[in-house]
Design a protein around this ligand. Structure first.
Ligand code: SF4
Length: 474
């Protein structure tokens, strides 16, 4: 089913994938879509499996379903028991449910365990032209491969497990053109933070974003995943990038990617997926990569971002009363003043990890900044690989030694401080520079205050003990 492309009028990438997956449609009603890959984790699945059991149903396509434990697992020594009773029960339940329903599970002690959006691509499950769903908001990550991927709720998880289909309404199309060349110290994370700062957290509502342009084409797959990962933070249903040789090279040889003749046939099919020349988008926006700076958020949503050398907006700059109130509330929560820079603001914690920035290229970039330097002793710096595979690769390249020599804490794979539900969290009032994707109030721990940034900016800030411009270290 994946990548099956109807011929006809000029279509965008997302329209082609959509058309190839319609099982049933009727005027005025949501369409029934076939789902090629359903990723499952321990937090949003227990209720769905209970629902199946209560209805006497089986998992319709266990062969298209993959599970891992990531959200609630501690990132401490894996030989130790999980002390948190709720987390321990969730992880045990996932393995039990997967066994009962015949689903492959990369659980706590699996050599392929990792964050769901890291292991899908690295094992080759995620492929161009697929529809991918998961009970996690950042499923858009998989759109980096030209897949139509989105997060779903618990009741939808149950429905997909039971039927391998999902009811959906089509989204509008939104092309984000990023042209030019990124300057030294500016990364994929800065592209997406700059976009969200420009359009706001509701700017992409009701759309599927397609990232295009020379700066996107120049990104490796891991950078593309970072950009797609945060589409939801701009309000979009999904983010996508057309597959190309970079995509094919990344996938070729991955354990679950097609092999031999099936590979050749798949690549031929995938090459039909890019948006047709002249196809119309509902909306277009241009970002000039040449002028981007490293970005940092100062507020309590990912749209509250500024260039690292910029100043925090004053509450009075809001366009209307609601915007002014929202700015004032964010400034109060963050303990910051409008009109001042974030650069140089003291921090307590640095978190390098999450499904946005925990892949090997992210760790290499952070290590390149930290090599031969020491983090400020007042800053707790955690480096959390996205998966066991990332961890193995990092060990093979000697990265943990660099992190440890710099004074960082090298952890086991998991979601960690992206979401304060696994023991890794900020204390009330603490400031972090975090490579994750959400800076909502309490996201990293009750009362914790988050500055979102790239791994390079995070590493430079760890060294400085304050929000820092990595370009001064390059
Ligand atoms: S790292 Fe964060 S956003 Fe990503 S899957 Fe885990 S909790 Fe969700």
């Amino acid at each position: 089913m994946s990548g099956s492309v109807k011929s006809g009028a000029l279509r965008t990438l997302s329209q082609k994938v959509w058309d190839g997956h319609i099982v049933h449609e009727e005027p005025g009603a949501p369409s029934l879509l076939f789902i090629d890959l359903h990723l499952v984790h321990e937090v949003t699945s227990p209720q769905a499996f209970s629902g199946l059991r209560a209805r006497g149903l089986k998992v319709r396509r266990p062969d298209l379903t993959v599970a891992t434990a990531d959200h609630s697992i501690p990132t401490t020594d894996r030989s130790l028991p999980i002390l948190d009773k709720v987390a321990a029960a969730q992880v045990a339940k996932l393995e039990e449910n997967c066994k009962e329903f015949g689903i492959p599970c990369y659980g706590l002690h699996s050599s392929h365990q990792g964050i769901v959006h890291v292991i899908g691509p690295e094992l080759g499950f995620t492929q161009p032209g697929m529809t991918v769903v998961c009970g996690d908001s950042h499923t858009a990550t998989h759109g980096a491969f030209g897949a139509l991927a989105f997060g779903i709720g618990t009741s939808e998880v149950e429905n997909v497990l039971a039927s391998q289909c999902l009811l959906q309404r089509p989204s509008k199309t939104f092309r984000v053109n990023v042209n030019g060349v990124l300057r030294n110290g500016v990364t994929a994370k800065d592209i997406i933070l700059a976009l969200i700062a420009k359009i706001g957290i509701g700017g992409g509502t009701g759309t599927v974003m397609e990232y295009a342009g020379s700066a996107i084409r120049a990104l490796d797959m891991e950078g593309r995943m970072t950009v797609c990962n945060m589409a939801i933070e701009g309000g979009a249903r999904a983010g996508m990038i057309a597959p190309d040789d970079t995509t094919f090279q990344y996938l070729n040889g991955r354990p679950f990617a097609p092999k031999g003749e099936a590979w050749d046939a798949a690549v031929a099919r995938w090459k039909q997926l890019p948006t047709d020349e002249g196809a119309a988008f509902d909306r277009d926006i241009d970002i000039d990569a040449n002028t981007l700076e490293p970005m940092i958020t100062w507020g309590t949503n990912p749209g509250m971002g500024i260039p690292i050398t910029g100043v925090i907006p004053d509450a009075s700059s809001g366009a209307d009363a609601m915007a002014r109130e929202s700015l004032a509330k964010a400034l109060a929560y963050m303990g910051l003043e409008g009109g001042k820079p974030v650069l140089g603001h003291p921090i307590d914690v640095v978190f390098i990890g999450s499904c946005t920035n925990s892949r090997i290229s992210d760790l290499r970039a952070a290590a390149a900044v930290l090599k031969g330097r020491k983090v400020n002793p007042k800053v707790r710096t955690m480096v959390v690989p996205g998966s066991q595979e990332v961890k193995r690769q990092a060990i093979a390249e000697g990265l943990p030694e660099i992190f440890r020599a710099a004074g960082c804490d090298w952890r086991e794979p998991g979601c960690s401080m992206c979401i304060a539900m696994n023991g890794d969290q900020l204390s009330p009032g603490e400031y972090s520079v975090s490579t994750s994707n959400r800076n909502f109030e309490g996201r990293q721990g009750k009362g914790g205050r988050t500055f979102l940034a790239s791994p390079q900016t995070a590493a430079a800030s760890a060294i400085a003990g304050a929000v820092a411009d990595v370009r001064t270290l390059l």
